[in-house]
Write a protein that binds this ligand. Sequence first.
Ligand code: SDX
Length: 426
Amino acid sequence: MSDFAELSVEGKKYQLPIVEGTEAEKAIDINKLRDESGYITIDSGYKNTGATKSAITFLDGEKGILNYRGYSIEDLAAKATFLEVAYLLIYGELPTTEQYAEFEGAIRRHTIVNEGVRTIFEGFPVNSHPMATLSSLVSSLSAFYPDSYEGKDNSDRHIIRLLAKLPTIASWSYKRAMGHPMNYPKNDLDYCSNFLHMMFSLPVEKYEVDPVVASALNTLLILHADHEQNCSTSTVRLVGSSQANLYSSISAGISALWGPLHGGANQEVIEMLEAIKADGGDVSKYIEMAKNAKTTGFRLFGFGHRVYKNFDPRAKIIKKAADEVLAKLGVNDPVLEIAKGLEEAALNDEYFIARKLYPNVDFYSGIIYRALGIPTNMFTVMFAIGRLPGWIAQWKEMRATKEPIGRPRQIYTGATLREFVSIENR
Ligand code: SDX
């Protein structure tokens, strides 16, 4: 393979270096393109543009492969705890027994959130969307921990604080919406059990965490933990590239995730399935509506992906887990059958086949969250809790490799130079 790509423009030829990754992915390095040719490239939505080199997550969209630091998502989802995966993503290796005890132990001892943050939370309207409060309160943590932006590199302490406190903050939204007293974390519970305790226990009766529910939550969080340079992760890296502190960078990522085309899709999927059920459950009608999106404005949420042009491996795992968890919990959710019917119809329809549209991670996840008792408007919060270690790992990598501040170029298409006209003459 040649080490260079040759670009010929305006009669001149330019040699552009080829970059190859450890999984044989190839890129044309255009770092010197503008200096040498005066040209930039343009690529709306960055569909063909790599923003960085990264050693954290590898995706193969054609083969449906997802690996975290070389370990397959199938292996990790079946055998690891979420905090083992968090450690792997952030520090690059699976933890030893001692490393895990120290990491998990530190997280257990930082789950309490400063009561001042709670005061801020109580200023929000009771029916605030949990993603609005989550992104705001995570940003507010930088005010409570000013050493996060005073130049010292003590990010490990802030990494522990974020991983420990996000579930606590997330549970507040649910308890307040229910009119229930908020729960303090319990340091004798593991990560997933502690979140379930904070969400569902009540002072009037003993709450026992169902191991089936805790295990399903562990799997779901692992499946969401990282996904290379998606919209919210790219946001975290871009904000962090200005030397903004970790809390502000993660808060920006939470805001980006909220969008219905990204992490907000899991809430949209359940609302879409409920609408189809309420409308009689005729999936073929909605398949036709999706195919005529330009006139119907209807989009099949939970379908399609920028990278996966084959199945999303996470969707396969979640679909199987949905059957298992609902059976174990004795939950019969009619929207699961509607989801399967929709998938079946779409996978056999030329419109979806031609556009390589398959169920993505958001298509089945909401069905499990709902069976676990998580309210619909908290589905994207669950995505954020899962994605947090990935965001942290990517931010840490960007800082460690001292990447320059992110500042894309543009092609200007506005008015050319013109004289100012005073208001009386306009
Ligand atoms: C996540 O990037 C990541 O890794 C994200 C994520 C992660 O872990 O971080 O995997 C999580 O965000 C998953 C995606 C969740 N979003 C949805 O489920 C929303 C529905 N899907 C889409 O809007 C869409 O598929 C995207 C946003 C996911 C991808 O959009 P692209 O790559 O920009 O593709 P596109 O919008 O240009 O669509 C290509 C064609 C279009 O048709 P034509 O104009 O060529 O005729 O496919 C059609 C689209 O209209 N299409 C759909 C469709 N998604 C795309 N048609 C019907 N239903 C859909 N869901």
